[in-house]
Design a protein around this ligand. Structure first.
Ligand code: ARG
Length: 398
Protein backbone atom coordinates (compact mmCIF):
# COMPACT_ATOMS: atom_id res chain seq x y z
CA UNK A 1 0.00 0.00 0.00
CA UNK A 2 1.19 3.48 -0.89
CA UNK A 3 2.37 5.71 1.94
CA UNK A 4 2.59 9.05 0.19
CA UNK A 5 0.63 10.04 -2.91
CA UNK A 6 0.53 13.02 -5.27
CA UNK A 7 -3.03 14.08 -6.04
CA UNK A 8 -4.02 16.06 -9.15
CA UNK A 9 -5.82 18.80 -7.25
CA UNK A 10 -8.32 21.16 -8.87
CA UNK A 11 -9.45 22.79 -5.65
CA UNK A 12 -13.05 21.70 -6.20
CA UNK A 13 -15.26 19.79 -3.81
CA UNK A 14 -14.33 16.29 -4.99
CA UNK A 15 -10.56 16.65 -4.87
CA UNK A 16 -10.72 18.54 -1.55
CA UNK A 17 -12.75 15.77 0.03
CA UNK A 18 -10.42 13.23 -1.62
CA UNK A 19 -7.45 14.65 0.31
CA UNK A 20 -9.09 14.00 3.69
CA UNK A 21 -10.72 10.75 2.63
CA UNK A 22 -7.43 9.19 1.46
CA UNK A 23 -5.73 10.20 4.72
CA UNK A 24 -8.57 8.75 6.77
CA UNK A 25 -9.36 5.59 4.82
CA UNK A 26 -6.10 4.70 3.12
CA UNK A 27 -3.68 6.02 5.71
CA UNK A 28 -1.57 7.92 3.21
CA UNK A 29 0.13 11.31 3.19
CA UNK A 30 -1.10 13.55 0.43
CA UNK A 31 0.82 16.06 -1.70
CA UNK A 32 -1.48 18.24 -3.83
CA UNK A 33 -0.54 19.43 -7.30
CA UNK A 34 -2.54 22.21 -9.00
CA UNK A 35 -1.83 22.96 -12.65
CA UNK A 36 -2.51 26.12 -14.60
CA UNK A 37 -3.36 24.92 -18.11
CA UNK A 38 -5.12 28.15 -18.98
CA UNK A 39 -8.45 27.39 -17.33
CA UNK A 40 -10.64 30.32 -16.44
CA UNK A 41 -10.90 29.83 -12.72
CA UNK A 42 -8.03 31.03 -10.58
CA UNK A 43 -5.87 28.74 -8.47
CA UNK A 44 -5.81 31.39 -5.73
CA UNK A 45 -6.79 29.82 -2.46
CA UNK A 46 -5.92 26.29 -3.56
CA UNK A 47 -2.89 26.16 -1.27
CA UNK A 48 -4.98 27.03 1.79
CA UNK A 49 -7.71 24.61 0.76
CA UNK A 50 -5.27 21.76 0.16
CA UNK A 51 -3.39 22.26 3.41
CA UNK A 52 -6.66 22.88 5.24
CA UNK A 53 -7.91 19.50 4.04
CA UNK A 54 -4.79 17.85 5.46
CA UNK A 55 -2.23 17.79 2.62
CA UNK A 56 1.41 17.75 3.78
CA UNK A 57 2.50 19.89 0.81
CA UNK A 58 1.12 21.87 -2.09
CA UNK A 59 2.71 22.49 -5.50
CA UNK A 60 1.43 24.83 -8.18
CA UNK A 61 2.71 24.88 -11.75
CA UNK A 62 2.06 27.25 -14.65
CA UNK A 63 1.96 24.78 -17.53
CA UNK A 64 0.43 27.00 -20.19
CA UNK A 65 3.48 27.29 -22.39
CA UNK A 66 4.44 23.64 -22.13
CA UNK A 67 0.84 22.64 -22.77
CA UNK A 68 0.76 24.70 -25.96
CA UNK A 69 4.20 23.74 -27.27
CA UNK A 70 4.24 20.03 -26.44
CA UNK A 71 0.57 19.08 -26.65
CA UNK A 72 -1.37 21.59 -28.74
CA UNK A 73 1.26 22.03 -31.46
CA UNK A 74 1.32 18.31 -32.41
CA UNK A 75 -2.47 18.29 -32.38
CA UNK A 76 -2.65 21.30 -34.69
CA UNK A 77 -0.22 19.69 -37.11
CA UNK A 78 -2.42 16.58 -37.10
CA UNK A 79 -5.74 18.53 -37.45
CA UNK A 80 -7.01 16.09 -34.87
CA UNK A 81 -10.74 16.34 -34.11
CA UNK A 82 -12.36 13.41 -32.30
CA UNK A 83 -15.30 12.04 -34.27
CA UNK A 84 -14.71 14.90 -36.68
CA UNK A 85 -15.70 17.61 -34.20
CA UNK A 86 -14.12 17.70 -30.75
CA UNK A 87 -10.66 19.28 -30.48
CA UNK A 88 -9.73 17.04 -27.52
CA UNK A 89 -9.65 19.77 -24.87
CA UNK A 90 -9.67 17.55 -21.75
CA UNK A 91 -7.94 14.66 -23.47
CA UNK A 92 -4.82 16.79 -23.93
CA UNK A 93 -4.41 18.22 -20.44
CA UNK A 94 -4.51 14.86 -18.64
CA UNK A 95 -1.27 13.39 -19.98
CA UNK A 96 0.57 16.62 -19.13
CA UNK A 97 -0.83 16.76 -15.59
CA UNK A 98 0.00 13.06 -15.15
CA UNK A 99 3.57 13.71 -16.24
CA UNK A 100 3.89 16.52 -13.70
CA UNK A 101 2.42 14.34 -10.95
CA UNK A 102 5.12 11.78 -11.62
CA UNK A 103 7.81 14.51 -11.41
CA UNK A 104 6.37 15.78 -8.14
CA UNK A 105 6.13 12.20 -6.84
CA UNK A 106 9.86 11.75 -7.48
CA UNK A 107 10.62 15.05 -5.76
CA UNK A 108 8.69 14.07 -2.64
CA UNK A 109 9.66 10.42 -2.64
CA UNK A 110 6.00 9.48 -3.07
CA UNK A 111 5.01 5.96 -4.04
CA UNK A 112 1.57 6.71 -5.44
CA UNK A 113 -0.44 9.05 -7.66
CA UNK A 114 -4.13 9.90 -7.42
CA UNK A 115 -6.83 11.66 -9.43
CA UNK A 116 -10.40 12.76 -8.70
CA UNK A 117 -12.19 11.28 -11.72
CA UNK A 118 -15.31 9.17 -11.60
CA UNK A 119 -15.62 5.69 -13.05
CA UNK A 120 -17.83 6.73 -15.96
CA UNK A 121 -15.62 9.07 -17.90
CA UNK A 122 -12.60 9.18 -20.14
CA UNK A 123 -10.39 11.18 -17.84
CA UNK A 124 -9.70 8.26 -15.45
CA UNK A 125 -8.46 6.32 -18.49
CA UNK A 126 -6.19 9.15 -19.60
CA UNK A 127 -4.66 9.70 -16.17
CA UNK A 128 -4.10 6.06 -15.40
CA UNK A 129 -2.82 4.94 -18.78
CA UNK A 130 -0.39 7.89 -18.65
CA UNK A 131 0.80 6.80 -15.18
CA UNK A 132 1.22 3.27 -16.52
CA UNK A 133 3.38 4.51 -19.38
CA UNK A 134 5.48 6.97 -17.38
CA UNK A 135 5.82 5.38 -13.95
CA UNK A 136 4.55 1.80 -13.76
CA UNK A 137 6.11 1.51 -10.30
CA UNK A 138 3.71 4.03 -8.73
CA UNK A 139 0.47 2.88 -7.15
CA UNK A 140 -2.66 4.45 -8.62
CA UNK A 141 -5.49 5.72 -6.45
CA UNK A 142 -8.92 6.79 -7.65
CA UNK A 143 -10.80 7.72 -4.44
CA UNK A 144 -13.80 9.31 -6.16
CA UNK A 145 -14.37 6.12 -8.10
CA UNK A 146 -14.35 4.03 -4.93
CA UNK A 147 -16.00 5.97 -2.14
CA UNK A 148 -19.59 5.82 -3.35
CA UNK A 149 -20.47 9.37 -2.22
CA UNK A 150 -23.27 11.40 -3.73
CA UNK A 151 -22.67 15.10 -4.04
CA UNK A 152 -24.63 15.63 -0.80
CA UNK A 153 -22.47 13.03 0.96
CA UNK A 154 -19.34 14.92 -0.14
CA UNK A 155 -20.69 18.23 1.11
CA UNK A 156 -21.65 16.63 4.40
CA UNK A 157 -18.22 14.96 4.71
CA UNK A 158 -16.47 18.27 4.00
CA UNK A 159 -18.57 20.02 6.63
CA UNK A 160 -17.94 17.31 9.23
CA UNK A 161 -14.17 17.51 8.70
CA UNK A 162 -13.98 21.30 8.49
CA UNK A 163 -12.70 21.14 4.93
CA UNK A 164 -12.84 24.56 3.34
CA UNK A 165 -14.71 24.25 0.05
CA UNK A 166 -16.05 26.99 -2.17
CA UNK A 167 -19.65 27.43 -3.19
CA UNK A 168 -21.51 24.24 -2.40
CA UNK A 169 -24.85 25.29 -3.80
CA UNK A 170 -26.33 22.95 -6.38
CA UNK A 171 -23.75 22.66 -9.12
CA UNK A 172 -25.57 22.26 -12.40
CA UNK A 173 -22.78 21.47 -14.82
CA UNK A 174 -19.56 19.54 -14.91
CA UNK A 175 -17.03 21.82 -16.53
CA UNK A 176 -13.47 21.26 -17.63
CA UNK A 177 -11.57 23.98 -19.42
CA UNK A 178 -8.13 25.02 -20.49
CA UNK A 179 -6.38 27.06 -23.18
CA UNK A 180 -7.77 24.86 -25.90
CA UNK A 181 -11.45 25.20 -24.97
CA UNK A 182 -14.19 24.37 -22.52
CA UNK A 183 -16.35 21.27 -22.01
CA UNK A 184 -19.79 21.60 -20.41
CA UNK A 185 -21.64 18.45 -19.34
CA UNK A 186 -24.73 17.48 -17.33
CA UNK A 187 -27.83 19.47 -16.40
CA UNK A 188 -30.51 19.81 -19.05
CA UNK A 189 -28.03 18.74 -21.72
CA UNK A 190 -28.32 15.11 -20.62
CA UNK A 191 -31.38 15.11 -22.87
CA UNK A 192 -29.83 15.08 -26.35
CA UNK A 193 -32.93 16.78 -27.78
CA UNK A 194 -32.77 19.75 -25.40
CA UNK A 195 -31.06 22.85 -26.69
CA UNK A 196 -28.20 24.04 -24.48
CA UNK A 197 -29.43 27.01 -22.43
CA UNK A 198 -27.74 30.28 -23.33
CA UNK A 199 -26.18 30.53 -19.89
CA UNK A 200 -23.78 27.61 -20.48
CA UNK A 201 -21.64 29.56 -22.94
CA UNK A 202 -18.76 31.62 -21.65
CA UNK A 203 -16.03 31.77 -24.29
CA UNK A 204 -18.44 32.29 -27.17
CA UNK A 205 -20.72 35.09 -26.03
CA UNK A 206 -21.47 37.14 -29.15
CA UNK A 207 -20.58 40.76 -28.39
CA UNK A 208 -18.77 41.91 -31.56
CA UNK A 209 -20.92 43.25 -34.38
CA UNK A 210 -18.47 44.76 -36.87
CA UNK A 211 -16.88 42.39 -39.44
CA UNK A 212 -13.14 41.96 -38.94
CA UNK A 213 -10.20 40.07 -40.41
CA UNK A 214 -7.07 38.59 -38.95
CA UNK A 215 -4.00 36.86 -40.34
CA UNK A 216 -2.50 33.79 -38.76
CA UNK A 217 1.08 32.88 -39.74
CA UNK A 218 2.44 29.35 -39.54
CA UNK A 219 5.91 27.85 -39.56
CA UNK A 220 6.15 24.15 -40.30
CA UNK A 221 2.51 23.71 -39.34
CA UNK A 222 2.54 25.67 -36.08
CA UNK A 223 1.09 29.18 -35.54
CA UNK A 224 3.88 31.67 -34.86
CA UNK A 225 2.31 35.09 -35.39
CA UNK A 226 -1.01 36.88 -35.27
CA UNK A 227 -1.48 39.88 -37.56
CA UNK A 228 2.25 39.96 -38.19
CA UNK A 229 3.16 39.99 -34.49
CA UNK A 230 5.32 37.05 -33.48
CA UNK A 231 4.32 35.56 -30.15
CA UNK A 232 4.34 32.29 -28.24
CA UNK A 233 1.68 29.78 -29.27
CA UNK A 234 -0.13 29.92 -25.95
CA UNK A 235 -0.56 33.69 -26.28
CA UNK A 236 -1.84 33.38 -29.84
CA UNK A 237 -4.44 30.90 -28.64
CA UNK A 238 -5.52 33.10 -25.73
CA UNK A 239 -5.93 36.08 -28.07
CA UNK A 240 -7.85 34.05 -30.62
CA UNK A 241 -10.16 32.70 -27.94
CA UNK A 242 -11.13 36.27 -27.10
CA UNK A 243 -11.29 37.58 -30.64
CA UNK A 244 -13.09 34.68 -32.33
CA UNK A 245 -15.20 33.97 -29.25
CA UNK A 246 -16.52 37.53 -29.27
CA UNK A 247 -18.23 36.70 -32.60
CA UNK A 248 -20.08 33.81 -30.95
CA UNK A 249 -18.29 31.25 -33.16
CA UNK A 250 -16.70 28.03 -31.98
CA UNK A 251 -19.50 26.04 -30.35
CA UNK A 252 -19.87 22.28 -30.68
CA UNK A 253 -22.91 20.21 -29.74
CA UNK A 254 -22.48 16.48 -30.28
CA UNK A 255 -23.16 12.98 -29.04
CA UNK A 256 -19.80 11.27 -28.61
CA UNK A 257 -18.59 7.77 -27.85
CA UNK A 258 -16.69 7.56 -24.59
CA UNK A 259 -13.93 4.99 -24.20
CA UNK A 260 -15.98 3.24 -21.50
CA UNK A 261 -18.82 2.50 -23.93
CA UNK A 262 -21.23 5.30 -23.05
CA UNK A 263 -22.76 7.62 -25.61
CA UNK A 264 -22.69 11.05 -24.13
CA UNK A 265 -24.13 14.40 -25.18
CA UNK A 266 -21.38 16.98 -25.02
CA UNK A 267 -21.25 20.69 -25.54
CA UNK A 268 -17.97 22.48 -26.09
CA UNK A 269 -16.72 25.89 -26.98
CA UNK A 270 -13.32 26.18 -28.57
CA UNK A 271 -13.16 29.33 -30.70
CA UNK A 272 -9.36 29.59 -30.85
CA UNK A 273 -8.81 25.88 -31.43
CA UNK A 274 -11.34 25.62 -34.25
CA UNK A 275 -10.06 28.77 -35.96
CA UNK A 276 -6.45 27.54 -35.79
CA UNK A 277 -7.36 24.12 -37.23
CA UNK A 278 -9.48 25.73 -39.94
CA UNK A 279 -6.55 27.94 -40.95
CA UNK A 280 -3.99 25.13 -40.71
CA UNK A 281 -6.00 22.81 -42.93
CA UNK A 282 -6.34 25.56 -45.45
CA UNK A 283 -2.61 26.25 -45.55
CA UNK A 284 -2.01 22.53 -46.07
CA UNK A 285 -4.28 22.60 -49.10
CA UNK A 286 -1.82 25.06 -50.64
CA UNK A 287 1.46 23.51 -49.52
CA UNK A 288 1.06 19.73 -49.15
CA UNK A 289 1.32 17.45 -52.18
CA UNK A 290 -1.91 15.63 -53.00
CA UNK A 291 -1.08 12.04 -52.10
CA UNK A 292 0.74 13.03 -48.93
CA UNK A 293 -2.24 15.19 -47.94
CA UNK A 294 -4.71 12.37 -48.54
CA UNK A 295 -2.66 9.89 -46.54
CA UNK A 296 -2.44 12.41 -43.72
CA UNK A 297 -6.23 12.82 -43.67
CA UNK A 298 -6.56 9.04 -43.43
CA UNK A 299 -4.33 9.08 -40.33
CA UNK A 300 -5.81 12.05 -38.52
CA UNK A 301 -8.83 10.13 -37.23
CA UNK A 302 -6.54 7.48 -35.77
CA UNK A 303 -4.53 10.25 -34.15
CA UNK A 304 -7.62 11.82 -32.60
CA UNK A 305 -8.85 8.45 -31.34
CA UNK A 306 -5.64 7.52 -29.63
CA UNK A 307 -5.41 10.89 -27.90
CA UNK A 308 -9.06 10.63 -26.84
CA UNK A 309 -8.53 7.08 -25.59
CA UNK A 310 -5.66 8.01 -23.30
CA UNK A 311 -2.80 6.73 -25.44
CA UNK A 312 -0.82 9.98 -25.66
CA UNK A 313 2.27 8.15 -24.41
CA UNK A 314 2.37 5.33 -26.92
CA UNK A 315 4.64 4.14 -29.73
CA UNK A 316 1.87 4.71 -32.26
CA UNK A 317 1.66 8.40 -31.46
CA UNK A 318 5.43 8.73 -31.72
CA UNK A 319 5.33 7.11 -35.14
CA UNK A 320 2.38 9.18 -36.33
CA UNK A 321 4.11 12.35 -35.12
CA UNK A 322 7.18 11.43 -37.13
CA UNK A 323 5.05 11.06 -40.27
CA UNK A 324 3.15 14.25 -39.57
CA UNK A 325 6.33 16.24 -38.92
CA UNK A 326 7.67 15.28 -42.34
CA UNK A 327 4.37 16.37 -43.89
CA UNK A 328 4.69 19.81 -42.27
CA UNK A 329 8.09 20.66 -43.76
CA UNK A 330 6.62 23.30 -46.11
CA UNK A 331 3.46 24.25 -44.19
CA UNK A 332 4.76 27.76 -43.68
CA UNK A 333 2.75 30.81 -44.69
CA UNK A 334 -0.18 33.05 -43.88
CA UNK A 335 -3.92 32.48 -43.73
CA UNK A 336 -6.40 35.34 -43.65
CA UNK A 337 -9.72 34.77 -41.88
CA UNK A 338 -12.84 36.85 -41.77
CA UNK A 339 -15.15 37.23 -38.79
CA UNK A 340 -18.80 38.16 -38.78
CA UNK A 341 -21.35 37.42 -36.07
CA UNK A 342 -21.50 33.62 -35.69
CA UNK A 343 -19.17 33.07 -38.62
CA UNK A 344 -15.46 32.58 -39.17
CA UNK A 345 -13.99 31.53 -42.51
CA UNK A 346 -10.86 31.68 -44.63
CA UNK A 347 -10.69 34.36 -47.29
CA UNK A 348 -7.05 34.13 -48.37
CA UNK A 349 -3.82 32.12 -48.07
CA UNK A 350 -0.23 32.46 -49.28
CA UNK A 351 3.00 30.54 -48.80
CA UNK A 352 6.62 30.89 -49.95
CA UNK A 353 6.59 27.25 -51.10
CA UNK A 354 3.03 27.20 -52.34
CA UNK A 355 2.24 24.42 -54.82
CA UNK A 356 -0.38 26.59 -56.48
CA UNK A 357 0.88 27.30 -60.01
CA UNK A 358 -0.86 30.22 -61.65
CA UNK A 359 0.33 29.19 -65.12
CA UNK A 360 -1.34 25.80 -64.68
CA UNK A 361 -4.51 27.05 -63.03
CA UNK A 362 -5.37 30.12 -65.07
CA UNK A 363 -7.77 30.26 -68.00
CA UNK A 364 -6.30 33.52 -69.32
CA UNK A 365 -3.45 34.11 -71.75
CA UNK A 366 -0.77 33.05 -69.28
CA UNK A 367 -2.08 29.45 -69.46
CA UNK A 368 0.83 26.98 -69.86
CA UNK A 369 -1.16 23.78 -69.40
CA UNK A 370 -0.89 21.46 -72.44
CA UNK A 371 -4.57 20.97 -73.20
CA UNK A 372 -3.95 18.46 -75.98
CA UNK A 373 -2.23 16.05 -73.56
CA UNK A 374 -5.52 15.56 -71.77
CA UNK A 375 -7.12 13.76 -74.68
CA UNK A 376 -4.92 10.68 -74.44
CA UNK A 377 -4.84 10.88 -70.65
CA UNK A 378 -8.60 10.77 -70.27
CA UNK A 379 -8.96 8.02 -72.90
CA UNK A 380 -6.64 5.73 -70.93
CA UNK A 381 -8.04 6.81 -67.53
CA UNK A 382 -11.54 5.78 -68.59
CA UNK A 383 -10.56 2.62 -70.45
CA UNK A 384 -11.47 0.22 -67.66
CA UNK A 385 -14.91 1.73 -67.20
CA UNK A 386 -15.47 1.71 -70.94
CA UNK A 387 -14.67 -2.01 -71.12
CA UNK A 388 -16.97 -2.72 -68.19
CA UNK A 389 -19.77 -0.75 -69.80
CA UNK A 390 -19.42 -2.67 -73.07
CA UNK A 391 -19.51 -6.09 -71.46
CA UNK A 392 -21.40 -5.90 -68.14
CA UNK A 393 -22.51 -2.38 -67.42
CA UNK A 394 -25.10 0.10 -68.65
CA UNK A 395 -23.79 -0.09 -72.24
CA UNK A 396 -24.39 -3.86 -72.51
CA UNK A 397 -28.03 -3.53 -71.41
CA UNK A 398 -28.97 -1.10 -74.15
N1 ARG B 1 -16.16 14.39 -22.98
C1 ARG B 1 -14.94 15.15 -22.96
C2 ARG B 1 -13.75 14.25 -22.96
O1 ARG B 1 -13.87 13.12 -22.60
C3 ARG B 1 -14.93 16.17 -21.88
C4 ARG B 1 -14.70 15.69 -20.49
C5 ARG B 1 -14.79 16.86 -19.60
N2 ARG B 1 -14.66 16.55 -18.22
C6 ARG B 1 -15.47 17.05 -17.28
N3 ARG B 1 -15.21 16.80 -16.06
N4 ARG B 1 -16.47 17.81 -17.60
O2 ARG B 1 -12.67 14.66 -23.30
Amino acid sequence: MAKRVVLAYSGGLDTSVAVRWMIEHLGVEVVCLSADVGQEGTLDGNREKALGAGAIAYEELDLRQEFADDFLAPLIKANALYEDQYPLVSALSRPLIAKKQVEVARKYGADGVAHGCTGKGNDQVRFEVSYMALAPDLEQLAPVRNWGFTREDSIEYAGRHGIPVGATKEKLYSIDDNLWGRAIECGEMEDPWAEPPDGVWKMTRPTATEPAQFTLSFEKGVPVALDGQAKPLFEIIIELNHLVGSYGWGRIDMVENRRVGIKSRETYEAPGALAVILAHRDLESLTVERDLGRQKIALQHKYAELVYDGLWYSPLRDALDAFIDVSQEHVTGDVRLRLEPNRCWVVGRRAPRSLYDYGLATYDAADRFRHADSEGFVRIWGLGVQTWSDVQGPGSQR
